[in-house]
Design a protein around this ligand. Structure first.
Ligand code: X2X
Length: 336
C-alpha cells in the first residue's frame, strides 16, 4: 500500500487556486496490487484481466490499482508461484499443472483423457472437483477465486514426423510444463519429456533442445510456436485451466468492500474469457494452417490403452486419493 498524500499536497500547493476543481494531478491509488502471469498480452486471459482491473479501479473510485505483469516479466512459473506465496506479488494465474508442484491434487483435471468435452470440464471445475482443489490450495496460503480460466485441450506439435498414434511418441524429445503429472504421462507414453518453464519453450524449440511440445491451440498461436514447429497432432490429451490465486494474508488485509469487488470482477472476467477461447477454437486451426502448421488427427484409444497398460491410471488414482478421484468420476463417469 502506497500513500502519496505528501506528494499530492506539495503539488497542490503550486496549483493556482482557480483550477482546484479540475483533476490536474493524477492521484496515485491508495492500494497498489501486483498480478503476474506467463502469457503474451494478446491472449484472452490478459485481455479480460485488463478489463477486470479497470472495473476494480472504477468500482473502488480509483482506490485500487491492479498492475498486470504479463509474459513472464516477473520470472517463470515457479518464480511467480513463490512470489505469490511470499506476498511479493498479490495475484498469479498458474496452470493447474504448475500449482501441482506445490499442491499435488491440483493436477487432477489434467489426468490424461479424463474429459470428453467442455460440459464435463465446467461441471467438474465449477463443482466439487474445483472446490476440493481450492481447499487444498488454501492450506498453502493461496486464496483462489471460484471460477477457473480456460487454457484448453492440449495438442502436440513437433518439428519431426506427425504423431498419429501412441507408438509415434516413442523416444520423442518433448517439452512439458514443470509438472510431475506431465512428466509421468509422457514417460508412460514412451516419450522422453523435459520440464521447462513456458518462458523457455520458444527458444528450446528453435535451438532443437527439444523437438516437440504440447499446448492448447490459442497458446500455439499467441506465442508463435508455429514459427518453430511443423506438425500439430490433435491429441487432446489433457484439459488445462488457470486458477486465479491470491496471497491469502495480503488479500485478507484488504478493506472488506475490496475483498468482494476484486473476486467479483475476476470471476466474471474468467467466464468471459472461457467464451473467448470457445470462439477462438472455431478459427484457430485455420489460422495456424495458413501460417504453415500441418494438422493431423490421432487415434485416442491407442494413447488411453498405453496409459492403462503401463499402470498410469492406477498410480495416479493412488496419488490423487480416492476422494478426489471419486469427485472427478462423478462429473465424467468411470475412469480407466
Ligand atoms: O507452460 C505451458 O505450457 C502453459 C502456458 O500451457 C502453462 O501455463 C501450463
Amino acid at each position: 500500500m502506497t500513500v502519496n498524500r505528501r506528494t499530492v499536497l506539495s503539488t497542490l500547493a503550486t496549483v493556482p487556486v482557480f483550477s482546484l476543481g479540475a483533476p490536474l494531478v493524477a492521484r496515485a491509488a491508495e492500494i497498489e496490487l501486483k498480478y503476474g502471469n506467463n502469457l503474451p498480452l494478446t491472449h484472452p486471459l490478459n485481455v479480460r484481466a485488463a478489463e477486470a482491473a479497470a472495473r476494480v479501479k472504477k468500482e473502488t473510485n480509483g482506490r485500487v490499482d491492479i498492475q498486470i505483469f504479463p509474459n513472464n516479466q516477473l520470472g517463470g512459473d515457479t518464480d511467480m508461484l513463490s512470489q505469490v506465496r511470499s506476498g511479493a506479488i498479490n495475484f498469479f494465474t498458474p496452470s493447474a499443472l504448475v500449482v501441482a508442484t506445490l499442491v499435488p491434487v491440483a493436477a487432477i483435471n489434467a489426468l490424461g483423457f479424463a474429459f470428453a468435452d467442455y460440459d464435463q470440464v465446467w461441471k467438474a471445475m465449477d463443482g466439487p472437483v474445483g472446490k476440493h482443489v481450492r481447499e487444498a490450495m488454501a492450506k498453502v496460503g493461496l486464496l483462489t477465486f471460484e471460477k477457473m480460466w480456460d487454457n484448453g485441450f492440449r495438442q502436440t506439435t513437433s518439428s519431426g514426423k506427425p504423431i498419429a498414434a501412441a507408438k509415434d511418441m516413442d523416444g520423442i524429445k518433448i517439452r512439458v510444463p514443470v509438472s510431475p503429472l506431465s512428466v509421468a504421462m509422457f514417460k508412460a507414453l514412451g516419450a522422453s519429456p523435459t520440464s521447462l518453464q513456458f518462458s523457455e519453450v520458444y527458444s528450446a524449440l528453435q535451438t532443437k533442445i527439444v523437438d516437440a511440445q504440447e499446448n492448447p491451440l490459442p497458446i500455439i498461436q499467441v506465442a508463435k510456436l508455429y514459427e518453430v514447429q511443423k506438425n500439430c497432432s490433435l491429441t487432446n490429451h489433457i484439459w488445462d485451466g488457470f486458477w486465479f490465486t491470491a496471497n491469502a494474508r495480503a488479500f485478507n488485509a484488504l478493506p472488506a468492500d475490496v475483498q468482494k469487488i476484486i473476486p467479483d470482477a475476476f470471476n466474471d472476467a474468467g467466464i468471459a474469457q472461457r467464451g473467448d477461447i470457445k470462439k477462438l477454437n472455431e478459427s484457430v486451426q485455420a489460422d495456424l494452417e495458413a501460417k504453415g502448421l500441418a494438422f493431423n488427427k490421432t487415434d485416442p484409444d491407442s494413447f488411453r490403452a498405453k496409459l492403462r497398460d503401463t499402470g498410469f491410471y492406477g498410480e495416479w488414482k493412488g496419488r490423487f486419493g480416492a476422494d478426489a478421484w471419486g469427485l472427478l468420476e462423478s462429473a465424467v463417469g468411470k475412469l480407466a
